[in-house]
Write a protein that binds this ligand. Structure first.
Ligand SMILES: Cc1ncc(COP(=O)(O)O)c(C=O)c1O
Length: 372
């Protein structure tokens, strides 16, 4: 075999995909990282119409203008951000947005702060850019909410960026406004970039989401449609930031994908412009399941923090590898915490993007683990 590039040596494929491979048809999967809901009906109609109208050609590299205008309105209304449509770039999922930011901003010698526990793509993207990931550990006794002090303690003269994620995958933590504001001040004072992954912004319970871009110019927002509108397979998201930065990042986007799929862009446009009742009912259902899983984990005696957003629980167990294996034996798929950071050897991620009944049944099955 022709030798792959050395920089791939440290890159591992996702643990989550590996868990699906062991999934038998009677097992209940709590491994899923996507809403188990259909896309809104109005979005389906818009997709079909776009096809009939022949909207199947390349668009502007940054995405078609009407979509970027709609995103600008959303950022203004929801996040109090004044961002020009020209400073918005539509990407092939938040995943591409993250990769574009990493390739466009990081290089050898740079340190990039990433949350631990945190979404597994962060470390991989920093590694692929040949920069150094620096874990910022969130404390379980602070419900895994990262604080200003956690971040401040890890800053050095080499710090290039902090990848922030609130609400968080895998912990469900929603950071406090005071910390977000103070970290934004740190970014301004120490001149580093906050890459704010806000993909779970709308999946939040009784808390308010704040974007650090409200408090500093040194921020790029990553947001998209995968989670809010259950559109994971359509691969559509966006970056928003300072115009000069977005124009530089466009070089990476242009030579990677040219533009996001025209049809998916129409889906995104319709999702933002159309009624939002679909989002509201999905979030109320997630909240019902959140309450169920919180109570059930408590009954099982598993330590779990307050789950304020996203659709994951991240309880602690004695030995995660063993627990995940035993869970498979009783017919439940979970994900070991180790993929989410160095501090997560004793955690298991359980997604509640599955029906209420399935979660109930999964919790009943997990009760039997002690008997194995
Ligand atoms: C925290 C976080 N960020 C980004 C993504 C990527 O989302 P997508 O590429 O589907 O927009 C995910 C997907 O699971 C995620 O959990």
């Amino acid at each position: 075999m022709v030798e792959p590039a050395k920089r791939l040596d440290s890159i591992e494929l996702s643990h989550i995909r590996k868990m699906f491979e062991v999934c038998d048809e009677n097992a209940i999967s709590l491994g899923i990282g996507e809403p188990d809901f259909d896309i809104p009906g109005n979005v389906k109609i818009a997709i079909n119409k776009a096809l009939d109208d022949g909207f199947t050609h390349y668009t502007h590299n940054k995405g078609f203008l009407e979509l970027r205008e709609e995103i600008a309105k959303k950022l203004k209304n929801d996040n109090s951000l004044s961002i020009d449509p020209d400073s918005i770039m539509v990407t092939v999922g938040g995943s591409e947005g993250l990769y574009v930011c990493s390739q466009g901003l990081f290089e050898k010698g740079d340190e990039v702060l990433i949350p631990d526990p945190g979404f597994l793509s962060y470390k991989a993207c920093v590694d692929l850019a040949e920069a150094t990931p620096v874990a910022v550990e969130a404390q379980i006794n602070n419900d895994y909410k990262l604080t200003f002090e956690d971040v401040q303690n890890k800053i050095s003269s080499k710090t290039k960026a902090f990848i922030m994620n609130s609400p968080s995958n895998p912990t469900g933590a929603v950071m406090d406004k005071k910390d977000i504001k103070a970290i934004a001040d740190l970014a301004t004072d120490h001149d580093f970039m906050i890459i704010s992954d806000e993909i779970y912004e709308k999946i939040i319970y009784n808390k308010k989401h704040y974007s650090p871009a409200q408090f500093t110019d040194n921020a790029i927002v990553i947001n998209g449609f995968s989670k809010t509108y259950a559109m994971t397979g359509l691969r559509i998201a966006y970056l928003a930031g300072q115009n000069e930065v977005i124009d530089e990042l466009l070089k990476v986007h242009q030579y990677t994908t040219a533009c996001a799929s025209s049809i998916s862009q129409v889906a995104g446009y319709e999702a933002l412009k159309g009624p939002q009742n679909h989002v509201n009912s999905m979030v109320s259902e997630f909240k019902r399941r959140r309450d169920l899983i919180t109570k059930s984990l408590d009954d099982l005696g598993l330590e779990c923090t307050s789950l304020d957003g996203a659709f994951y629980a991240f309880p602690q167990v004695e030995n995660a590898a063993e627990y995940v294996q035993k869970a498979v034996e009783v017919g439940v798929i979970t994900v070991p915490g180790s993929g989410f950071g160095q501090t997560c050897e004793c955690n298991v991620r359980m997604s509640y993007a599955n029906s209420y009944e399935n979660i109930e049944e999964a919790m009943n099955r997990l009760e039997k683990i002690d008997l194995i």
